[in-house]
Design a protein around this ligand. Structure first.
Ligand SMILES: [Fe+2]
Length: 285
């Protein structure tokens, strides 16, 4: 695991947060200038550990956007009809306002998913910061999709080679019927991605329980059953880390190698999160 010696900037320390993935980084104020060597180290850590946590950052929308842009292009908001509250500085505000039922889009955030998996090139990194959090709930779950792949039997791994899935934004309505219908011109086309992808030389399962519901290249009913089996496997407790937020925390994760979800909470309570997404640069393969 990472140690102080690996961090190029003095004062940065790291702490693993789960046996297979996730790293807490302390001693780095992400609003301050970051030299190229430290930025490369952060990219390397995000690839190796998949999820980075920075506590007590208390970022404005401008700070969050500026930090995200150090990693790549960010202007990749979801389709306009899915906006939950407001956007400022390329930041999408998510969550619940308190005193009202959760929107359909907030309901589906409770399903395990990858951000923008329905795009031909899905999101690379998501940055999420907690602004307001209900007491004792409102956590976020993360699943390690490399560990989940590695734990499959050799027979299952071989069977999944070459299998693909349709990732469709409109599949959201399959899970949550309060999501409003979209005008035809607003519906993004679906994407087809492999079930097993190779990321930075490591094989991972690429699933999303919002936008998919069957494995293709096989009989439909069997493909649905296999999909359910894979989701249940990949979200087994040994592959999951659940983050208990404090306001001001920043999480940054690699969407190519993880799934995440909002852990169900009392949505009559106020929970405000700010999110930036860094565009991917390669078609999953
Ligand atoms: Fe998400």
């Amino acid at each position: 695991m990472s140690s102080l010696a690996e961090a190029p900037t003095r004062g940065i320390t790291t702490r693993p947060i789960h046996p297979t993935f996730g790293l807490e980084i302390t001693g780095l104020d992400v609003t301050k200038p970051i030299d190229a060597e430290t930025l490369d180290w952060l990219k390397d850590m995000s690839s190796k550990h998949k999820l980075l946590l920075f506590k007590g950052q208390n970022l404005s929308t401008g700070d969050l956007n500026a930090f995200a842009q150090k990693f790549g292009d960010t202007a990749q908001p979801p389709p306009k009809t899915s906006a939950t509250v407001t956007r400022t500085d390329n930041i999408t505000e998510l969550g619940t306002q308190g005193g009202a039922p959760a929107s359909g889009y907030e309901v589906v955030a409770r399903f395990w998913h990858v951000d923008s998996s329905w795009r031909p090139i899905p999101t690379w990194l998501t940055l999420l910061t907690a602004v307001e959090m209900p007491e004792g709930e409102g956590h976020t779950g993360f699943a390690d999709m490399e560990a989940a792949y590695n734990a499959l039997s050799d027979e299952r791994k071989a069977f999944l080679e070459g299998k693909q899935m349709v990732h469709s934004f409109t599949a959201l309505r399959r899970y949550e019927n309060t999501i409003p219908p979209m005008a035809e011109e607003d519906v993004p086309p679906p994407a087809v991605h492999p079930v097993v992808c190779t990321v930075d030389g490591r094989k991972v399962l690429f699933l999303s329980n919002q936008t998919c519901y069957y494995v293709g290249n096989m009989p439909f009913e069997e493909g649905c059953a296999l999909y359910e089996e894979l989701i249940a496997h990949a979200t087994s407790p040994q592959f999951v880390y659940e983050h208990v937020w404090s306001p001001g925390d920043l999480a940054m994760w690699d969407d190519r190698t993880t799934m995440h979800r909002a852990v169900p909470y009392d949505s009559s309570k106020r929970r405000i999160m700010h999110r930036a997404e860094v565009k991917g640069t390669q078609v999953p393969s």
